[in-house]
Design a protein around this ligand. Structure first.
Ligand SMILES: CC1=C(CCC(=O)O)c2cc3nc(cc4[nH]c(cc5[nH]c(cc1n2)c(C)c5CCC(=O)O)c(CCC(=O)O)c4C)C(CCC(=O)O)=C3C
Ligand SMILES: [Fe+2]
Length: 324
């Protein structure tokens, strides 16, 4: 059994004041070729919520829930906004932490959801003298705890939209070059999300479901995973579907990509199309999700990812985008 003397939640981060929104967004897209117009559009989404991203409070809630079940101190640090991971690691060093489990709030392989967190951890520990060793816990897209939490919330949404509602799983779109890179267990982003979706669908007694994409960013000439959730709702309406349940399988809390892109944008699209729609909650602080983290800490220490996994460009040639 692995021995950790602390747990640290490593997350994306988000602004909590209107004046922090643009600097946060600039951190997110630094060097990634996202057009300025896209950035300003996304800034407006955040300002529409008072300049406050829900993600930080959700991390605080997760930390509080974890403190009740694990028997070591629980810390929290982010990639893109305060509290930055390097500051957290500095505090951990000052507190005498030597080896900590690092739980990144993303379930799958891909540069954004895995490799970039590995880089965050490496950078933060390199920046701090006598930094503790951080051991990143494994991906959990198919873990029974994650699946049970998502299935529970999917039941809730089916009760709202009607048992006959079509299950539409969503995840963050990524460039095809990013989607192609294989993760530590050989699978890639889309395959892992499809596996997770199938497990959740089976848990609620459905064998048919869709997996579509949301929150596309980047320059228009670069191909990303398609179809977009709003286009897919149009297609479903055209085919006569009356009700849908959206299940944000690619996220672990109801943060801005969920609150805006699904609850605001996709909900407006569904209303326009006359589709009955309910959105399933994310894992958040569901007790099975929280206990999953404790279970992952009790497993033997996971091997570090090979240097090539989840690296953009390391995968097979990207498939051509679906045309519809
Ligand atoms: C796979 C994936 C996840 C899931 C895994 C994980 O959770 O890590 C995720 C999560 C999130 N993405 C988030 C926010 C943003 N993502 C952006 C941009 C991008 N995301 C990408 C991918 C992902 N993103 C990519 C390939 C880009 C293009 C730039 C680049 O190549 O890196 C941008 C820039 C503006 C824009 O949207 O264009 C923002 C603001 C928030 C915080 C929400 C909040 O504040 O509540 C969260 C949790
Ligand atoms: Fe993102």
């Amino acid at each position: 059994m692995a021995k950790y003397d602390a747990l640290v939640v490593v997350s994306f981060g988000g602004p909590e004041r209107p004046e922090d929104v643009l600097p946060f967004l600039e951190n997110v897209v630094r060097g990634r070729g996202v057009p300025r117009e896209r950035l300003l559009e996304v800034e407006a989404h955040y300002q529409g919520f008072g300049g406050v991203s829900p993600i930080n409070q959700q991390c605080r809630d997760l930390v509080a829930a974890l403190e009740k079940v694990v028997d070591v101190p629980v810390y929290w640090g982010n990639r893109n906004w305060h509290p930055y991971l390097a500051d957290t690691v500095r505090q951990m060093a000052a507190d005498g932490v030597r080896t900590a489990a690092a739980f990144a709030t993303a379930a799958t392989s891909s540069y954004s959801s895995c490799r970039q967190y590995i880089e965050d951890i490496a950078r933060a520990t390199a920046a701090v003298p006598d930094a503790p060793r951080l051991v990143k816990l494994p991906h959990f897209y198919d873990h029974p705890g994650f699946v049970a939490a998502m299935a529970d919330h999917t039941w809730g949404a089916l009760a709202e939209a009607g048992e006959d509602a079509r299950l539409v799983f969503t995840a963050h779109s990524v460039p095809l070059s990013m989607a192609a890179a294989a993760g530590p267990r050989g699978g890639a982003y889309e395959a892992e999300l499809r596996a997770a979706s199938a497990l959740v669908a089976a848990a609620v007694g459905k064998d048919d479901f869709d997996l579509v994409w949301q929150s596309r960013s980047g320059p228009p000439q670069v191909p990303w995973l398609e179809p977009d959730v709003c286009d897919h709702l149009e297609e479903l309406a055209r085919q006569g579907t009356e009700a849908v349940v959206l299940v944000p399988i690619g996220f672990v809390s109801d943060h801005m990509e969920v609150k805006y892109d699904l609850d605001t944008e996709a909900a407006a699209k569904a209303a326009e199309l006359g589709l009955r729609m309910a959105r399933a909650g994310t894992a958040g602080t569901h007790p099975r999700f929280v206990s999953m983290i404790k279970e992952l800490m009790a497993e033997p220490e996971p091997a570090a990812c090979p240097a090539t996994c989840c690296v953009i460009g390391s995968g097979r040639p990207a498939r051509t985008p679906a045309t519809s």
